[in-house]
Design a protein around this ligand. Structure first.
Ligand code: PMT
Length: 397
């Protein structure tokens, strides 16, 4: 809940401006106070009257406006806010914020405010991938601003790629996590992605994990106030700069890094799809093909990282994941017991619309005495819900 919080929702020029209307509705519903800032470009996409009606307050637009300064000028607005969410955040405004400009009301308020700033980028995929935009993202993150998304998919211009603004519910979940700060002061260690077990210099054994679920958990935990370390197999994702990412390739590397970081952690989440086996011998040169005979690979079991953590660190909250293609709940519960976990999150990896490499997930959170089903939703929303549920269940040691 955002009850009694003061939130500025700032809109810039993007086709995604219409989504800000729903965001404001969600914030108002949670009994927070909302003020709206609109840039001139934003007004080309959604009318100020709509935003005014939804927020219940006059719209703020001009930096140099005698009337506005007499009522609630930029310094008052800056001091009033507990959080500022720029949604949508255009490439232009992102650039201004990252460079510390205060050339319009929005950027001046951000400069003058101590409130937490959330930026929800929305732009064409080429603009998002432009080197200068990526540099601006890194700079804005290093200033302590939280970058929310963007998501991937089809864009208004017809392109497909990264740059879609997150959905209002996803932005709201980040605001709520920040406001509740349920994991304030906690250290969370998360594994994510696949591992790759080399056969020779050009081939390896692996699986379909993209890392999206683990990275979403890392972002959600960080938004909830935790300090997060993410031990990640090879993936094509980037975490917020405030998250410590340790890149690994094999299960043995992942095990070594978890052993190195677990002591300091309060909570361990094993979301990685760790290969259960690796080749006994890794050939130093490429294996030559011989189509006249079969090639036999001898495999040996990898260390079970999750089991190691639960056997040696029972004072920590330990959460596993379970990937199954049948008897999803029963098999997950067996792992919960066998590995002595506080929770296991089960997903059905036989489905194409969730789990491996999908944008969404649908999970069961299983503890010793109950099972909680979460409806299908984006991985970031599922991640927030998992952390909220686990906290509510008050098993955090
Ligand atoms: O990465 P995405 O594309 O977003 O997909 C998400 C996911 C499907 C990978 C994720 O939601 C998930 O289910 N992760 C667990 C995958 C898995 O390896 O499940 P498992 O049932 O085989 O393993 C059970 C648990 O033991 C897991 O927490 C796993 O991290 C852990 N384990 C397994 C083997 C091993 N050697 N060491 C381990 O720590």
């Amino acid at each position: 809940m955002l009850k009694n919080k003061n939130i500025i929702v700032a809109l810039t020029g993007s086709i995604a401006a219409y989504k800000a209307a729903e965001l404001v509705r969600l914030i108002k519903k949670s009994e927070a106070e909302v003020r709206i800032i609109m840039t001139d470009a934003a007004k080309e996409f959604i009318t100020p009257i709509t935003m005014q009606a939804l927020s219940g307050n006059p719209i703020h637009s001009n930096l140099l406006d005698m009337e506005a300064e007499a009522a609630m000028g930029h310094i008052e607005l800056a001091k009033w806010a507990d959080a500022i969410v720029v949604s949508p955040c255009s490439a232009n405004t992102l650039a201004k914020i990252s460079q510390g400009l205060g050339s319009d009301l929005l950027t001046a308020v951000i400069l003058a405010s101590e409130a937490k700033v959330f930026l929800a980028p929305a732009m064409n995929q080429q603009m998002w991938n432009a080197q200068i935009t990526q540099e601006n993202v890194v700079r804005a993150s290093s200033l302590g601003h939280k970058i929310l998304g963007p998501g991937e998919g089809e864009q208004a211009c017809g392109d497909i790629g990264s740059g879609r603004m997150l959905e209002p519910e996803e932005i709201f979940a980040a605001l709520e996590a920040f406001s509740l700060s349920l994991l304030e002061g906690k250290k969370v260690l998360i594994t994510a992605g696949p591992t790759q077990e080399p056969i020779d210099p050009v081939r390896y054994l692996s699986n379909h994990s993209s890392g999206k679920m683990g990275y979403a958990l890392a972002e959600a935990a960080e938004a909830a106030g935790a300090s997060v370390t993410l031990v990640s197999g090879p993936v094509n994702l980037r975490a917020s700069s405030s998250i410590e990412v340790i890149d690994v390739v094999t299960a043995k590397d992942m095990f070594a890094e978890v052993k190195r970081s677990i002591e300091a952690a309060d909570i361990f989440i094993g979301c990685a799809a760790v290969a259960d086996y690796s080749p006994v011998n890794t050939h130093s040169q490429k294996i030559k093909k011989n189509l006249n005979e079969n090639l036999l690979l001898e495999l040996e079991p990898n260390p079970d990282i999750l089991k190691f953590v639960s056997e040696n660190y029972s004072n920590k909250t330990i959460i596993g994941f379970s990937a199954e293609t049948e008897n999803v709940e029963d098999f997950a519960r067996e792992k919960l017991v066998a590995k002595n976990l506080d929770f296991i999150v089960a997903n059905d990896v036989s489905r194409n619309d969730i789990a491996f490499n999908a944008a969404e997930n649908e999970v069961l959170i299983i503890s010793k005495d109950k099972t909680k089903a979460l409806a299908k939703a984006s991985k970031i929303l599922v991640a927030h819900q998992i952390l909220n549920y686990i906290h509510q269940d008050s098993l955090l040691h």
